[in-house]
Design a protein around this ligand. Structure first.
Ligand SMILES: [Zn+2]
Length: 508
């Protein structure tokens, strides 16, 4: 290869920055001197160790290692590079620089994978976003380790060439062996979860669950233990429509980065459901850790449901950490060298006892809490977070007769069909995948009757709600109207929407 500055070989690898992968140009040069390998271009410890891994793997694979000084440059230098995913591209660069394969063999090829000391090529977390990055960069081929191939092939882009070890990499690139083609992991549709029919009574809460699924409105279920809060919250998951293919790839990419999916796992079109415990760590909730930041629960629930039980037992910092993702649909993980953003557009369903003992308002047991304790307990929810929970429902325990009787409500399939129709109306109005929750305020108002807007303004004033809750309630009213198949939001829709804010008015 005829390249300037003594560069003998150029290959392409991928650096993960958040959910996006950027191309890293890997240049390899040989120079006279004591045999060694030097990596330049801001590599972290794992990347630096790549030199040792690749050299040992060459020996074990009976590949020639030059008796010269090797310099490998990873460019651009200002791009942080983490992890072991560059090994394969570095190995290929050395193969070209030492003329064990022709340079042309790597035309249009991107490489991503870790090399084991025995010469095997392994999968690394983030294969899916790496493959998406290779597609965006215009790669014709993507070389990955055998185990990573089905996941990489989910992306409709470059041809995925799986290699078991460095020996196979060399023979494929040298055209001595026909490259195998990877077939993508299969897709699976959501399975059947628990059904809404199992829930007895709780008509208001059932309705709120339907509205949450149809409009993406965050939901607060408050009530004594055993009234079915968690049962309802889990059934909300079954009402969410299957993910679109791009959304499913995004969800799988985040799980891949978190090391939570195996490469051969099928691509699931089921929206995620995450239920972090309230003792979750900051890194567990938001994301973090050394090397490539691991996405946290908030991002693993992207395009799906985040279920927080015992919201008021949850530490203050967790509640505060929820605000930004709920507002912006992403989390920001700040690092010494760079900030990483992960998407986190979630539907939050929070459940809580009405007071520390749990029995405030219960007809069967008396609450034993002092009023000031109840006040302190509720204050933990804080105005700004409560403000974002657009649907607030107080549940009462179900009568024993009702529990023993036959199912008294609709099943999941019936409600899910209505939800899907309402989501379709919202998608036509605001764009694919946009929920009423995120509807632009001005356009939203233009779909409402003036009488409805006046009625809402009056209600917001009477109840002493925040100015922000005007638009938030209007979005809920839009969802109610959509489920009604009504083109314009009417007074009756607004009245129902405001009824879900009563706890807000009482608690703050
Ligand atoms: Zn109590």
């Amino acid at each position: 290869m005829n390249a300037p500055h003594g560069v003998l070989a150029v290959t392409h690898g991928l650096a993960l920055v958040g959910l996006r992968a950027r191309t890293v140009r890997i240049e390899c040069a040989l120079a006279p001197g004591i045999p060694s390998l030097r990596l330049v271009g801001l590599p972290d410890a794992a990347v630096r160790e790549a030199g040792d891994r690749v050299r040992t793997a060459f020996a074990r694979s009976r590949l020639h290692w030059p008796r010269e000084r090797i310099v490998v440059n990873l460019a651009p230098a200002d791009l942080p590079k983490f992890g072991s995913g560059f090994d394969l591209a570095i190995a290929a660069a050395v193969l070209v620089a030492t003329r064990q394969v022709p340079a042309a063999a790597l035309d249009g090829a991107w490489l991503f994978g870790e090399v084991g000391l025995d010469g095997s090529v392994r999968a690394v977390p983030g294969v899916l976003p790496a493959a998406e990055g290779a597609r965006r960069a215009g790669a014709a081929r993507l070389v990955v380790g055998d185990p990573a191939a089905p996941e990489a092939a989910l992306v409709d882009g470059p041809d995925v060439l799986p290699v078991r070890d460095l020996g196979e990499l060399r023979s494929v690139l040298a055209d001595e062996q026909r490259a195998r083609r990877a077939s993508p992991a299969p897709y699976v549709l959501p399975g059947n979860g628990p059904d809404l029919r199992d829930v007895r009574g709780q008509a208001v809460a059932r309705r709120a669950v339907e509205l949450a699924a149809a409009g993406g409105h965050h939901l607060l279920l408050a009530g004594p233990p055993g009234c079915g809060k968690t049962m309802l919250a889990r059934r909300l998951h079954g009402l969410l429509p299957p993910l679109s293919l791009p959304a499913a790839l995004e969800v799988a990419s985040l799980a891949s980065l978190a090391g939570e999916r195996a490469a051969e796992d099928p691509l699931s079109l089921e929206p995620p459901l995450r239920e972090p415990h309230h003792s979750v760590s900051a890194a567990g909730l938001i994301g973090g850790g050394s090397g490539i930041p691991r996405p946290g629960e908030l991002s693993l629930a992207h395009h799906g449901l985040l279920l927080l039980d015992e919201l008021l037992e949850t530490p203050r910092w967790v509640l505060d950490a929820l605000r930004q993702p709920l507002e912006r649909g992403e989390v920001l993980i700040t690092r010494a060298r760079a900030a990483v953003r992960y998407p986190a557009s979630v539907l939050l369903v929070a459940a809580t006892n009405p007071c520390p003992c749990g029995y405030l308002g219960s007809p069967t047991r008396a609450c034993t809490c002092r009023p000031d304790r109840i006040e302190r307990y509720r204050a933990r929810l804080s105005g700004p977070l409560l403000d974002r929970l657009d649907l607030q429902v107080e549940l009462r325990p179900v009568e024993r007769d009702q529990l023993a009787g036959p199912p008294d409500g609709e099943d999941t399939a019936t409600v899910a069909a209505r939800v899907a129709d309402a989501r379709e109306l919202a998608a036509r109005r605001w764009g694919e995948g946009v929920w009423n929750r995120d509807a632009p305020a001005e356009q939203l108002r233009s779909t409402c009757r003036p009488t409805a807007l006046r009625a809402l303004a009056r209600a917001v004033e009477d109840l002493g709600l925040s100015a922000r809750s005007f638009d938030r309630s209007l979005r809920v009213a839009r969802t109610i109207a959509d489920l009604d198949d009504a083109e314009r939001v009417d007074t009756v829709h607004v009245e129902e929407a405001v009824a879900y804010r009563l706890a807000d008015a009482v608690a703050v």
